[in-house]
Structure formats: C-alpha cells, structure tokens
Design a protein around this ligand. Structure first.
Ligand SMILES: *[C@@H]1O[C@H](CO)[C@@H](O)[C@H](O)[C@H]1NC(C)=O
Length: 317
C-alpha cells in the first residue's frame, strides 16, 4: 500500500483524513462491539449489534452512539503519525541499498510500527471504552432498579457522565501513568498478531488480481484485498480483543466478574461463558475494520493530501 514517492506529510494528511471519515462512519458499530464484548451471561442487555444500536438510540439518543468518538477524532492523527513514522523507520533500517523489502521484512516493519503505535492506542482505547460502556451499565442499573428490591436501586443516582479529560485527570491522579496504560499487554497481544495475519494475507490476495507479474494490481483488487485481509485478521485476534476490553473496563455491571490479569480473565471467560464468548463482538469488529481500511485506501488512491499540498504550493511551472 505504502508508495515510496509519497512524502511523510502527505501520508500523514491522508491518514488523518481517512481516520476522521472512518471514525464518523463506523463509530456506532465500535460502540456496539464494546458493549457486546462486555456483557457477561446472566445480565444480558443486548442480543445483537442492531439490538444494541436500537436500544442505545432509544435511551441515549442518536449522539449516544457517538459517546467516546471525540477520543478517536482527536487522537487518530497522532496515532497514525507514530505508526507511519515508525513504519518508514523500520523499513529503512531493514532495506539494503534501497531494494524492495521481502514480505517477511515488510511484516517485521509492520510489527515494529504496531508496537510503537501502542503508545497512543492503549490510552485511547482505555478512555474510549469507559465512555462507550457507561451507557450500558447505567441502563442495566435502571432495569434492576425498576425490577425493585436490589441494593443497586437505593444508591442509583443519575449516572455521572465524565468527559475524556476528566477521566484522564482522575486516572492520572489515582493510578498515575500506569492507569492510562492498563491493558497494554493485551493490546500488544492483539495488535502484533494482527499484523502477522494481515500482511501476508493482503499480499497474497493482492497478488491474485495482478494482470502480469510486473504490473501493479488494479485499485479495486487492492481495495478488496485490504478489506478482506483486515476483517479476517480482526476476527482472528478477536479473543485478545475481548480480554482487552474486559481488562480495560473500570466499571462493572451488577454481578459481573472482575479480573486480575490477562490469564485470569481468559480463564474466567472460558469457565463461565464458554469458548464462544471469545468471539463476542467479532462480527462488529470485522464491520469496523473493513471500512476503515477501505476508506484509507480510497483516500491514498485519490491522493487527497497531494492535491491539498499542491493547492498550497500554487500552480507548478
Ligand atoms: C478508535 O481508536 C481505537 C484505537 O486506535 C481503534 O482500535 C478503534 O478501531 C477506533 N474506532 C473507530 C471507529 O475508528
């Protein structure tokens, strides 16, 4: 996907624009994913993605589906910047005298970039998850209170709605930097294997549609290959994503398990909810990732940043 001739600022602008459009289009599905992954057996509020979205609109309004989107909108560009810069750095280190990278080295560079990106991704996910899941917990309390008789109803005031900034301050105050980096290990365990699945799959699928061995694949082939490879990789690492979401959620619903770490969480999920629980939200995640990758490729393909930069520089002689 990465073309050598495109400058880093142009890549950055492309990445930022793609990120902003992407978040706007698929954030509600991302919210449904978080809520579906967090619900444990017993107190299930939502039966499916559409059920979750309908209930969210009913109780929280249309903007309720976008709770936490500000985190993504603000941080998606710095996140992309780190990833692109790291990817360029590793590719440069790995390439001998400007030759084309082998697939293995491409993968290595991708994994290295993924590892650096986690510096921004982890706190981002941490904040996003609290904001996305708050509505589910509030709704669950309300239902229990309406059924009457639980202690929860006694101390169930209107749920507080902290902003991302307030959450950050509170986390830093109570737990320091580590508070923002809860789930770092789980995030790495999700994102590094993601690259390991994505890169070879994309390369192979992309190859299938190449007319002659020397030519580049046509755009629609790369586009489809990106969407398919992205979704497949997302589903493959979904078990880690479920564990990550659970570990990063600070608030629990009524009667929900708490976890002390990655293994404890994986074990409890397996024991109390069965192996299929590791696929919770997988469908949503595939639906989030495919458009994100697709949109990014279209933005790159159209060269939106290059046109913008060209406009700034004025007509070329
Ligand atoms: C929001 O950002 C997180 C962290 O990078 C990412 O995993 C998630 O897919 C993003 N969601 C959307 C809808 O872009």
């Amino acid at each position: 996907m990465a073309d050598k001739q495109i400058s880093l600022p142009a890549k950055l602008i492309n990445g930022g624009i793609a990120g902003l459009i992407g978040v706007t289009c698929v954030f509600p599905i991302d919210l449904a994913k978080t809520r579906l992954q967090n619900q444990q057996n017993g107190q299930r509020m939502y039966t499916s993605m559409s059920d979750c979205l309908i209930k969210t609109i009913r109780s929280e309004g249309y903007f309720g589906m976008y709770r936490g989107a500000a985190v993504n909108l603000t941080l998606v560009t710095p996140e992309k910047a780190i990833k692109l810069a790291a990817n360029d750095f590793f590719r440069h280190q790995l390439s001998k005298d400007g030759q084309k990278l082998t697939l293995l080295k491409e993968m290595l560079a991708g994994c290295g970039a993924g590892t650096c990106q986690v510096i921004v991704t982890t706190p981002m996910e941490m904040l996003k998850i609290q904001l996305q899941d708050a509505g589910r917990i509030a709704a669950q309390r309300k239902i229990l209170a309406a059924q009457g008789g639980t202690q929860a109803s006694v101390e169930a005031p209107a749920a507080p709605r902290p902003t991302a900034t307030q959450l950050t301050r509170e986390l830093l105050r109570s737990r320091g930097i580590a508070g923002l980096y809860k789930g770092l290990g789980a995030t790495l365990l999700r994102d590094v294997p993601f690259s390991i699945v994505y890169f070879p799959l994309f390369a192979n699928l992309n190859q299938l549609g190449r007319p002659a061995s020397e030519e580049k694949s046509p755009f629609y082939v790369s586009f489809l290959a990106g969407c398919v490879a992205g979704s497949a990789a997302a589903v493959a690492v979904n078990p880690c994503d479920v564990v990550k979401t659970r570990l990063q959620s600070l608030q629990r619903g009524v009667h929900e398990d708490t976890y002390s770490g990655f293994l404890d969480c994986a074990r409890k999920i397996l024991r109390h909810e069965g192996p299929s629980a590791f696929l919770k939200g997988a469908y949503c995640r595939a639906l989030v990732i495919a458009p994100l990758f697709g949109i990014a490729q279209v933005v790159y393909f159209l060269g939106i940043a290059e046109s913008l930069l060209g406009l700034l520089q004025g007509p070329q002689a």
